[in-house]
Design a protein around this ligand. Structure first.
Ligand code: ATP
Ligand code: MG
Length: 565
């Protein structure tokens, strides 16, 4: 087992509740959680936190965690989403064993439970329209008004409900409602709708049903059927808990405990499936798995690792108040993981040709480079050195400022893992643009140090012009330029805050030849540039494509240090 780092060591209020329940034997010592996504979009970083929380709690207490699709709404749900969610949870490193469930598999059971409530006089068929129901419902300051259909007899309700199921009525013509209290201070308790009529094809049950249960009715039943002990959900369901409890109590069936925690929000991005779908449909991104998306598929394609995402999810912790986490913290864990595990390579993204005038024309010399200074077992590799090289354009300045220690006319620098070189001539074209540098190398400095002890201030990366491979590099940055794009900004749409520079494509990059046989998702640090991941498109485009996962600049560590001083 790898070092999973998912253990929620710090105590938190959810663990306190579980600890108490274990002490009192409330659930016979069992801990059984679930992750219950609705398959109406791809999972995002907020879901990652919920997944990590639920599966880690189960792991830590020696319990179980189910993966359950809360697929009660046929109009927005698709198999594509089901598959992506299964893949994502697996990729994140969690295992539901044989406990993959669909709420839609329980539709028959839900129906029977509804019949029980009708027989008890606790549910009724209502003929009010959606608008009328809203009107009758009242407001926070105004009590609701009883539906004129509230006093129907159980027999009449049973008959109408069965006919609803049999498809005798059109969409929206009738509903089944719980009979609770129209003057309750909690609006959720004012005779909430349990079933609506919807003649729609369901991704799992096809055309078998034309009545569909609403979330509040279905969710507690799903938890109860599966023997969940702690049903963890986000804060917006706090006001729904009395209803969750009411249904289970009225049916007198096994009763899990609902516990709410604050949703995870992340700055510079959005965590709402609806808004993410808007970005996909509007062509603002290339798809749900665009590497700029905060989706698990997007983060995966970007090069984020499951380990980093789990660590981040654990680090932000569970809270009772909504807050916005820093994307810098997520990137910190990504860098920490990649620093340990990604091999180093050299790549030049913005090439400037260097000719070593005193180097033999056709010679190819293999120099040795360390794959990962953080991991000895990663070993070494060979990089070819030749007369013509590429260096990064930004590593040369014709007329350098005082503090510039890289290459300049008359300056000597170290080529990483190679030699000291000195720049003698700067070749320009008619327009005055630098097209080539003529340098000499010192053969005695092989490996990067001089026998006479002379020092150079700068070390730059390079690749052989002849032996390197051309590649495309996609430089990704934050999707939004505003820290809180979804926040209300005088009614401005969140899409107005999209960062126009979130993707810069460089098609003329050169990478060292050891990268020839890489596979999609392989991850590297390009020395001095950043972390990069081989894009999935590489396998179809006949061209190597690398996505920038992160720069090397660790803003989180900087923030931490500056707040200390
Ligand atoms: P969205 O608002 O993005 O559509 P949702 O809550 O409707 O999210 P579900 O598929 O219903 O999405 O969520 C599955 C589980 O993930 C639920 O238990 C939900 O509470 C949890 N979850 C969703 N978003 C977040 C978030 N931002 N932070 C933590 N947990 C979340
Ligand atoms: Mg939802």
């Amino acid at each position: 087992m790898d070092n999973r780092n998912t253990e929620i060591k710090r105590s938190n209020f959810i663990k306190d509740i579980i600890d108490d329940d274990l002490k009192t034997g409330k659930y016979g010592g069992r801990v059984h959680t679930r992750f219950p996504p609705e398959p109406n979009g791809f999972l995002h970083v907020g879901h990652a936190m919920s997944i990590t929380l639920n599966f880690s709690l189960a792991e830590e207490y020696g319990g179980k965690c189910n993966l359950r699709f809360d697929d009660t709404n046929p109009t927005k749900e698709e198999d594509l989403y089901v598959q992506s969610i299964i893949d994502n949870v697996k990729w994140l490193g969690f295992d539901w064993e044989d406990r993959l469930f669909f709420a839609s598999d329980y539709f028959e059971q839900f129906y029977e439970y509804a019949v029980q409530l009708i027989k008890k006089g606790k549910a009724y068929v209502c003929d009010l329209t959606a608008d009328e129901i809203r009107e009758y419902r009242g407001t926070l300051t105004k009590p609701g008004i009883n539906s004129p259909y509230r006093e129907r007899s159980a027999d009449e309700n049973l008959d109408l409900f069965e006919r609803m199921k049999n498809g005798e009525f059109s969409d929206g013509a009738r509903t089944l409602r719980a009979r609770i209290d129209m003057s309750s201070s909690n609006l959720n308790m004012r005779d909430p709708i349990m079933y609506r009529i919807l003649h729609a094809t369901h991704h799992n049950t096809g055309d078998k049903w034309c009545i569909y249960p609403l979330y509040d009715w279905a969710h507690g039943l799903e938890d109860s059927i599966e023997g969940i002990t702690h049903s963890i959900c986000t804060l917006e369901f706090e006001d729904h808990r009395p209803l969750y409890d009411w249904f289970l109590d009225e049916l007198d069936i096994y009763h899990p405990q609902q516990i709410e925690f604050a949703r995870l929000n992340l700055n510079y991005t959005i965590t709402s499936k609806r808004k993410l779908l808007e970005l996909v449909n509007g062509g603002h991104v290339s798809g749900w798995d665009d590497p700029r998306m905060p989706t698990l598929s997007g983060m995966r394609r970007r090069g984020y690792t499951p380990n980093a995402i789990r660590k981040f999810s654990t680090a932000v912790g569970v809270a009772k108040r909504n807050k916005i986490a820093e994307i810098d913290l997520l990137e910190y864990y990504v860098r920490e993981d990649l620093n340990k595990n990604a091999e180093r390579r050299m790549a030049v993204l913005d090439p400037l040709k260097v000719i070593i005038t005193n180097y033999p024309d056709d010679k190819v010399e293999d120099l040795e480079a360390i794959n990962n200074p953080e991991d000895e077992t990663a070993g070494k590799r060979k990089i070819p050195f030749t007369k013509e090289l590429f260096i990064e354009r930004s590593d040369f300045i014709d007329d350098p400022p005082k503090k510039f220690f890289r290459l300049a006319p008359g300056r000597e620098v170290r080529l990483r893992y190679a030699y000291f070189i000195t720049c003698n001539d700067v070749i320009k074209n008619d327009k005055g643009e630098i097209i080539e540098l003529h340098c000499t190398y010192d053969p005695l400095t092989r490996g990067g140090s001089a026998p006479d002890g002379r020092k150079v201030r700068g070390t730059i990366h390079w690749v052989s012009a002849k032996e390197s491979i051309k590649a495309e590099v996609r430089l990704y940055d934050r999707l939004f330029s505003h820290p809180n794009p979804a926040g209300d900004k005088d009614g401005r749409d969140f899409k107005e805050f999209l960062n126009p520079e979130s993707l810069i494509i460089k098609r003329n990059c050169y990478i060292e030849p050891s990268l020839k046989d890489v596979n999609p998702e392989d991850k590297f640090q390009f020395e001095r540039i950043g972390y990069f991941c081989v894009d999935i498109d590489s396998s179809t485009s006949g061209n190597l494509i690398f996505n920038r996962t992160a720069t090397l600049r660790d803003t989180w560590a900087k923030i931490k240090n500056s707040s200390k001083s």
